[in-house]
Design a protein. Structure first.
Length: 296
C-alpha cells in the first residue's frame, strides 16, 4: 500500500521517481531495533538514496520517530546531516538534550515545533541553553499554527458517517476550529464570531442556532440527530454562502468525540497548508545557519 505522505510529497515536488523508490522500506518495531545495532543500513535503502539523489541538490530523508539511536546510525552510515524536529511537550527538557547527544557530529540543529503561544518565551529561554550544553543549536522555535493541523470538510464527513449537502467548492476547505451549538446567553452571531474557519455542530432541530452560525465565518454546518432534511431557510442560506451541510445520525456528544479523534490524527497532506507553512518557516527558522550546516 503506497505511503500517503510520500505520495503527497511526490505530487507537490513534481518528482518523477516511483513511490516504491521514494519510500523503499516498511519497518516493524523489530526492524528499527535492529537498525540501532547494525554497522550499515539496509542495502535497499542505500541504493534508493543513491538513485533518488542523482541530479538533485539535496536529498531529504525522514528519520524514525522516537528512535534517535536508529536514525543516528543511518545518518552516520549515509554521511548525512540531521535536523532534529521535536514536537513540543511537557517533558521535552529531559528528552530533547538526550536525543541531541545521540546524533553527535551529524546534528545540524534542532527545531522545536508546535509550541503554544503562551510557552514560546519559556521554551526559548530554557531549552536553548540545555541544548547548547548538549552541543546542539536551536534553528527555530515554531509556534502552534491551527491552520496546519486542520482537516478538510470532506475528511470530517468520514468518521461522522455523514451525507454532504454541498456547494462543491466548500468540501475542500480546511477546518481549524470546532464549536458546539450549546445554550448561550449571547446572540448567535456574537457567540460564533469567537472563532474563525470553524465547523459548527448543532442538532438538526435548532434552525435558529444554525442561522446564527451562518452569519459568521463557518466552513461547514454539522447537523446531528439528522433523520430528515434541514430547515429550508438554513439550507438555502448555506448553499448561497457556499457552506456545506453535513448530516449525521450521531448525537452531538458522539459527533464531537469523532471529530476530536480525527483532528488528533490530522496530517499535513493538503496543498492549502503549503503557503501558511512557508510563511511560518520564513519568520521563525534560521535558514542562514541551517544552509551553512548543510553546505548549501
Amino acid at each position: 500500500m503506497p505511503d500517503a505522505d510520500t505520495a503527497f510529497a511526490r505530487q507537490v515536488l513534481g518528482l518523477a521517481e516511483p513511490i516504491e523508490k521514494l519510500s523503499p522500506l516498511l519497518l516493524t518495531a523489530q526492524d528499527i531495533a535492529g537498525i540501532s545495532k547494525k554497522s550499515a543500513p539496509d542495502q535497499k535503502l542505500t541504493k534508493a538514496c543513491s538513485d533518488v539523489a542523482a541530479g538533485k541538490d539535496i536529498l531529504l530523508l525522514e528519520g524514525l520517530s522516537g528512535s534517535p539511536e536508529a536514525s543516528a546510525n543511518i545518518a552516520r552510515c549515509l554521511g548525512a546531516k540531521v535536523v532534529l524536529v521535536a514536537h513540543h511537550k511537557a517533558d521535552l527538557s529531559t528528552e530533547l538534550p538526550k536525543a541531541a547527544k545521540a546524533f553527535g557530529q551529524t546534528l545540524a540543529g534542532v527545531i522545536i515545533n508546535a509550541v503554544p503561544q503562551g510557552k514560546l518565551g519559556q521554551v526559548t529561554s530554557t531549552l536553548a541553553p540545555l541544548l547548547g550544553k548538549a552541543g546542539a543549536k536551536v534553528l527555530g522555535v515554531l509556534p502552534q499554527e491551527r491552520s496546519l493541523v486542520g482537516v478538510t470538510v470532506e475528511e470530517l464527513s468520514v468518521p461522522l458517517q455523514a451525507s454532504i449537502l454541498k456547494s462543491q467548492d466548500g468540501i475542500g476547505e480546511v477546518v481549524e476550529n470546532i464549536m458546539g451549538g450549546a445554550i448561550f446567553l449571547d446572540s448567535g452571531p456574537l457567540y460564533f464570531e469567537r472563532k474563525a474557519n470553524k465547523a459548527v455542530v448543532i442538532r438538526i432541530d435548532r434552525p435558529d442556532v444554525q442561522l446564527g452560525a451562518l452569519e459568521t465565518s463557518v466552513r461547514c454546518l454539522i447537523l446531528t440527530n439528522a433523520e430528515g432534511e434541514p430547515n429550508p431557510y438554513v439550507y438555502y442560506k448555506a448553499m448561497d454562502k457556499g457552506v456545506p451541510i453535513l448530516l449525521t445520525k450521531m448525537d452531538t456528544a458522539a459527533a464531537l468525540a469523532a471529530i476530536e479523534t480525527t483532528l488528533n490524527r490530522a496530517r499535513f497532506r493538503q496543498e492549502k497548508k503549503l503557503e501558511p507553512l512557508a510563511a511560518l518557516l520564513e519568520k521563525n527558522l534560521d535558514f542562514a545557519v541551517l544552509n551553512k550546516a548543510l553546505g548549501i
